[in-house]
Design a protein around this ligand. Structure first.
Ligand SMILES: [Zn+2]
Length: 194
């Protein structure tokens, strides 16, 4: 990593660490296309469209890619990316809060830190599905595809929540649906106010 191309400012490919001109092209608010790295031909930084929780898991798993994303790209991004990442981050925080409120007040699960930790873990694991799906695609998503992926994540969240809480499916669906809906509206609202 001592060569000229790895020095200086600017974003980098999370796979090989080389500098890239740009990480993505934005067509319209919330609609971006990730760019490929000239050196290794892989998507330069797939974490841009990633759930915060997934990045966190990869950081905990000591993945070099996740650290490159955080240190080189996230900390030196332009304002438009800040908005995309910021809205995704805020959306995820709101999603988790809504989910826990739903579990507490709709499912009326008595407060127990272990149970709630199980719920959060189940939701994180079942959302991993999204990352798996996204990495298998070509990085150019029409909004209908994103919608289908969200539906998959919603249904896998419902199953995971049902398994850990043992509440009826319909109740778990309501909790997950409300959390997803509020998250979606928050992200749209942030992107819309630009
Ligand atoms: Zn590369």
């Amino acid at each position: 990593m001592g060569d000229a191309q790895s020095e200086g400012e600017g974003p980098r490919c999370v796979g090989c660490g080389r500098r890239v001109k740009t990480l993505f092209v934005q067509y319209s608010p919330g609609n971006i296309r990730l760019m490929k790295c000239d050196s290794c031909k892989a998507v330069a930084d797939p974490y841009i469209e990633c759930e915060f929780m997934i990045i966190l898991i990869d950081l905990i798993l000591h993945k070099t890619r996740a650290y490159r994303h955080l240190l080189f790209n996230k900390l030196s991004m332009g304002s438009s990316v800040d908005k995309v990442v910021g809205s995704a981050l805020l959306g995820n925080i709101i999603f988790m809060i809504m989910l826990l409120l739903g579990v507490r007040f709709i499912l009326k699960l008595s407060f127990n830190i272990m149970r709630y930790r199980e719920v959060l873990f189940a939701i994180m694991i079942s959302s991993y599905f999204k990352w798996f799906l996204l990495t298998m695609m070509v990085w150019e998503f029409p909004s209908s595809v994103i919608f289908i992926v969200e539906m998959f994540v919603l249904s896998s969240n419902v199953v995971a929540l049902r398994v850990v809480t043992q509440f009826p499916k319909a109740h778990c669906f309501v909790v997950c649906f409300v959390a997803h809906a509020v998250k979606y509206l928050t992200e749209r609202w942030i992107l819309g106010t630009s």
